[in-house]
Design a protein around this ligand. Structure first.
Ligand code: NAG
Ligand code: NAG
Ligand code: NAG
Ligand code: NAG
Ligand code: NAG
Ligand code: NAG
Length: 564
């Protein structure tokens, strides 16, 4: 049965989607929309794109919280995607298809399976794209496949990126990109019933910086009621990369460089609002840190959305209540990135030790010993890769799950996604590169075999079962046991789906137990692996090579197309 469906699926998906488009008009309390209906898997999908949820954040609204857009007068043309948020697309045009950029980018897109009826009350999934908080676009993710295969409404949202989303100096408190995400989810809550969605069954999901965002939104108690479930694909709030430790420094540098340094902090923002966007973009694109694990413009502790570091927030039983009430899926890919082995001890380890452990040399030596001991070159390469992805992706995932269990109603599920990535990875590379999972959700046309197609359908079933009920399990699917701290069950999402327990126990122990003891030999208690006092790093200009771009840009599509 599956293989018959699959042949149909691949046959349908490989050609362009453009055939069989019909225009449709609907009316909603906010106004009318002209959208499109298309056929996929022999079913209808309705698409309404470019729906404004916030006023254009320009001029006086630049570097301010987003303002709700409200209603519109004439029928909205919702047939085409709007522009991407302002960003530097040079070198990325081949995979970020929408090269229109604008500060006026706060739009969302809605994919509705089968028919549009306010009665249908379908579960809703809201996708937050990745791209290191500095690039990316909603248009890249064609959610029609997910909507129709899983019978859910999918919404893809945009949020301000890079300095436009995260500028923080003077009177600017930063986190505008997060406020945008929250306003978009609020819009979904208020309006999705007009499109047939159930505002009481909302799942937010994202990958990489999208997963960091989902992680952060999931710990903010003020988001209670906006969504019930969260899926974090390669990233959680506890990753070193989720927060911007040099954002204030980088913001003040840019303000200086564009001539907006003023003694009155209020005037810095006022000045920055009227600087040409291209000038700001060029300045903010410089590197402000030599570290590979510091993103210049990213979320910060602002005393409002984020009063303290995420870890502190989750260790506090009163503030962690909201997070624990949510159902979550948290997982990683088996090989989050490709890193040249020659740089293990000199570059990577010293970077990690510097940024995460105040340049503690004992820590640097232990990481070097732990991950540099393999006897074969291939194994060594894989270990080096892990030395970086373990503290930034794998261990934060395990920590987040552990902090999610107990005294909460929310379910939690852990996965590792591991189908072998091929081109352009070297032979030693074993596993799934960062962002490979996206192909199985959004780009099924890129999958080469029927086995991959079958895995894709299974993933969609797990994800949409979860979105509907909070439980991933369903008929015809291998059982996925819930995670708990005693048994630590996880599922290995590969061509042959298998299950396991205690994922990478030895490596998790190293980061969560051994390292804290090195940091503080007299203490036998566990300490947070991420320190709460970030450093600015040093400010050398780092050569921007491909592996780093891939690491931060967080898109396999990029790595894939660039190397061709
Ligand atoms: C870019 O925007 C213009 C004007 O809105 C539109 O005509 C054009 O089709 C857009 N291009 C793409 C690639 O979306
Ligand atoms: C949709 O389902 C929710 C429960 O999830 C229920 O409270 C709500 O009334 C339903 N809405 C409609 C229009 O059926
Ligand atoms: C971080 O940057 C601020 C200025 O933005 C500076 O005052 C402070 O000394 C820096 N800290 C470190 C550890 O470099
Ligand atoms: C936990 O959070 C609450 C609410 O913000 C705060 O009042 C309390 O002081 C925190 N407790 C600790 C131990 O930080
Ligand atoms: C970290 O330690 C190394 C070795 O002692 C030193 O060369 C380097 O300058 C230090 N880096 C920082 C940022 O303190
Ligand atoms: C999946 O399992 C089948 C049957 O055991 C085996 O022949 C095949 O090699 C496995 N495939 C992968 C990718 O592990």
């Amino acid at each position: 049965m599956i293989s018959v469906k699959l042949t149909v699926l691949l046959y349908v998906l490989l050609p362009a989607f453009s055939q069989d488009l019909q225009e449709v008009t609907i009316s909603t309390p906010l106004g009318g929309l002209l959208g499109l209906r298309r056929k996929l898997l022999n079913k209808n999908v309705y698409e309404f794109k470019n729906i404004p949820f916030a006023k254009a954040p320009v001029d006086n609204l630049r570097f301010e919280k987003p303002q709700p857009y409200g209603s519109w007068d004439n029928t909205l043309d919702a047939r085409h995607f709007g522009p991407s948020c302002y960003q530097d697309l040079s070198g990325m045009e081949s995979y970020l298809k929408n090269t229109n950029i604008s500060e006026d980018c706060l739009f969302l897109n809605i994919y509705i399976p089968h028919h549009v009826s306010t009665e249908s009350n379908k579960s809703v999934m809201v996708w937050i794209h990745g791209g290191g908080y500095y690039t990316g676009q909603a248009q890249l993710y064609d959610a029609a496949y997910l909507a129709v295969a899983g019978d859910v409404i999918v919404v893809t949202i945009q949020y301000r990126l890079n300095i436009f989303g995260f500028f923080a100096t003077g009177n600017s408190k930063g986190n505008y990109g997060l406020w945008d995400q929250i306003l978009a989810i609020q819009w979904v809550n208020d309006n999705i019933n007009s499109y047939g969605g159930n505002s009481q069954s909302v799942t937010i999901f994202g990958e990489s910086a999208g997963a960091f965002s989902v992680g952060l939104l999931s710990i903010m108690p003020q988001n209670q009621g906006l969504f019930q479930r969260a899926i974090m694909q390669s990233g959680t709030a506890l990753s070193e990369l989720s927060m911007g430790s040099i954002t204030r420094y980088a913001s003040s540098q840019v303000a200086n460089n564009v001539g907006c340094s003023q003694s009155d902090p209020g005037k810095i923002t006022q000045c920055m609002k009227y600087v040409d966007a291209n000038v700001i973009l060029a300045e903010q694109g410089k590197r402000f840190s030599s570290s590979l694990i510091q993103i210049s413009f990213a979320p910060i502790i602002d005393g409002e959305l984020l009063p303290v570091q995420p870890k502190q927030f989750l260790l506090n039983s009163s503030t962690s209540r909201f997070f624990k009430s949510l159902d979550v899926i948290i997982g990683i890919n088996s090989g989050e990135d490709y890193i040249p082995k020659r740089i293990l001890c000199e570059v990577l380890v010293s970077d990690l030790a510097n940024v995460m452990y105040n340049n503690n040399t004992d820590i640097a030596i232990s990481i070097c010993d732990k991950y540099g001991a393999a006897l074969t070159r291939d194994q060594l390469s894989r270990d080096i890769l892990n030395s970086y992805s373990d503290p930034t992706f794998m261990v934060p995932a395990v920590e987040s799950l552990r902090l999610h269990t107990g005294n909460g109603n929310g379910k939690q599920f852990q996965y590792i996604f591991s189908p072998q990535s091929t081109i352009p990875y070297p032979e030693w590379f074993d596993g799934s590169a960062h962002a490979t999972d996206l192909n199985y959700f959004f780009f099924p046309g890129t999958l080469s075999t029927d086995e991959d197609g079958e895995l894709s359908l299974n993933l969609l079933r797990y994800w949409t079962n979860f979105a509907k009920t909070g439980d991933v399990n369903g008929v015809d699917l291998p059982k996925w046991e819930e995670y708990d701290t005693t048994n630590e069950h996880y599922i290995n999402l590969n061509i042959n789906i298998t299950t396991g327990q205690y994922m990478f126990e030895d490596r998790v122990d190293f980061w969560m137990n051994d390292i804290p003891i090195i940091l503080n030999p007299s203490s036998s208690t566990r300490r947070p692996i991420i320190q709460t006092s970030p450093t600015n790093g040093s400010h050398k200009v780092y050569r921007h090579d491909l592996s780093i771009s891939c690491f931060l840009l967080l898109s396999v599509v990029l790595c894939f197309f660039r190397s061709n």
